[in-house]
Design a protein around this ligand. Sequence first.
Ligand SMILES: Cc1cc2nc3c(=O)[nH]c(=O)nc-3n(C[C@H](O)[C@H](O)[C@H](O)COP(=O)(O)OP(=O)(O)OC[C@H]3O[C@@H](n4cnc5c(N)ncnc54)[C@H](O)[C@@H]3O)c2cc1C
Length: 491
Amino acid sequence: MTSMNRRHFLGAAAAGALTTAASASMAAANPCKLPAKWDETYDMVVVGSGGAGLASAVSAGQNGVKKIIVLEKMPFIGGNTMISGGGFNSYDPVRQKAQKIKDSPENHAENTLKGGDGRANPELVRTMTANSYDALSWLEKMGMKFKPEVYQIYGGLYPRCHAPYGSLGSDYIKVLEPQCKKLGIEIRTQSRVVRVIREQPLSGRVLGVEYTDADGKSHLIRATKAVVCATGGFGANPEMRAKYDPRMRNLTTTNLPCSTGDLIRILQDIGADTVGMDFIQCNPGCPPGRKQRIILHLYAANFIMVDRKGQRFVPEDERRDVIRDAVLSLPDQTAFAIVDQRGFEALNPGHQEAAKKGLETGDAWTANTIEELAKKMGVDPAALKKTIDEFNAGVDAKKDKIGKNPRNLTKIERAPFWAGYSGMSVHHTMGGIVINKDTQVIDRYGKVIPGLHAVGELTGGIHGTNRLGGNAICDIFTFGRLTGIAVANGK
Ligand SMILES: Cc1cc2nc3c(=O)[nH]c(=O)nc-3n(C[C@H](O)[C@H](O)[C@H](O)COP(=O)(O)OP(=O)(O)OC[C@H]3O[C@@H](n4cnc5c(N)ncnc54)[C@H](O)[C@@H]3O)c2cc1C
C-alpha cells in the first residue's frame, strides 16, 4: 500500500508508538552477522520514502541503475516532506531577476554558513547551493510547479524561497511517486529497516539490509551497488532530543511520529560518525497541552509576534534559533503571531484552514479591530493597539523599533485581523550522519564506508547550528538527485 492519504496519519501515530519497541530489538541485532542466504537481491536499496529517498531512487533510475527498491516503515509514503510547507531555497536566475533580487550560489552559501555559525561543512554547503537550481529545474521537468515569485520564508533570512503551487510538500511526492512507477522502482511500505549489514564490524563493504514487515517477519535484502539511507530526523523522539538538548524533552513537535532517528544508531553500530546532534530547531507551533498548530508566520514580511503583555520581543525575520530562545525565555514559553487580512490571504489554503479550525478549538482568533482581537487573546487591548500603532509608524519610517529588516516591513492594517498561539515546537534536527559531497557515509576514522550513502535530514553538517528556513527542502532534493548520480557512477 503506497497511498499517501492524510487520513493515514492516525495510523502513523500507532506506527510511531511501535518504534520504541522496534528500537529495542534493533539494539540486539548484530550488524555483522552475515546472512547464510539473502531473500532478495537489488542493485540499490533505499531506506525511507520521504523527499530525499524518492529523489535518490528516481535520479538513480534515470541514470541507469536498474533494480531499485524503496523500503518505508509507515503504511504510507512521503514522510515529513509530504506535510512540509515545501518552501525550497535556491538562487534563481529567472524569478529573482524578474523581482530585481540579487543572488548567487555563493551568496546562498555564505548566508547558510553564517546562519549556522560556521559549524556546517563548507564543501557540503557549496555543493548544495551550486546544485540547487539544477535540482529545482529537474523537479520542474518532471511536472513540479512553483509560484512565479520567490519570498523570504520564516527564518530564511533572504528572499529566495520557492513555494509549490499547491503550497505544500505533498506536491513533490505527487511528482516523484509516478516517476518511480515509470522507472519500475518498487516501493514497499510497512517495511522497517532494523539492520544495515556490513562485512566486518568496522570495516568492509555494506552488503544489504534486514527489515521487518507488518507481521514482524524478518527479510534480508542484498544491495549490489548501494544502500541509501534517507530516514529523516529525530524530532519525534523526545528521549533522543532530550539527550542532546534537555529543553526539548517536553515540547510538542511539528513532525510526523515516524521521525525517530532509527538509522542514526543502526549506522553508528557499523562505524558511521555523527555531527551536530545537539543542534535542534524549533518553529512556531502548539504550546504544550494544545493540539491545533496555527501557521500565520510563514511569510517573514507579513506577521508580528507579541507576548502576553501585547509587546513585541524579537524581530520576526530573525534566525530561527534566536526566535526559539526568545520564546522559550518568556514566562510561559508562549507567544502570539498576528497578521492582517492581507497577510492571511497570502497564506496557502491549508494554513488558512488550520487557522479557521483554530477559531473553534480556541487556538486562533479573528476580529475587526485590534482591541477586539486583544480581548479575545486575553491581552491588554490598549497595549496591543500601542504595539501595532508603533509598528505601523516604523513601517512608514522604514525603521523598525526592534530591528526588523526594512525589506520585511508591511503594515498590519487591513481588517479582519488574525492571531494564533505560537509556542515552540521541535521542527528539525540539524545533526546526523557525516557524509561527503557524494553523500557517501564517513566512518569514525574519517574514511568512506563503501556501499553506503545517507541523504536528507538523517545527515549532519549541512546546516550547522541553525538551519535557514527553506534549506531543508533544498538539501533533500539537491543531495537526493546527486545521490542517484553518484550511485550510478559507482560511488
Ligand atoms: C510541518 C513541517 C513543515 C516543514 N516545512 C518546510 C519548508 O517549507 N521548507 C523546508 O526547507 N523545510 C521544511 N520542513 C523540513 C523538511 O520538510 C524536512 O527536513 C524534510 O522533508 C526531510 O526529508 P527527508 O526525506 O530527509 O525525511 P522524511 O521526509 O521525514 O522521510 C523519512 C522517511 O523515512 C521513513 N523511515 C524512518 N525510519 C525508517 C526505518 N527504520 N525503516 C524504513 N523507513 C523509515 C519515515 O517513515 C519517513 O517516511 C518542514 C518540516 C515539517 C515537519
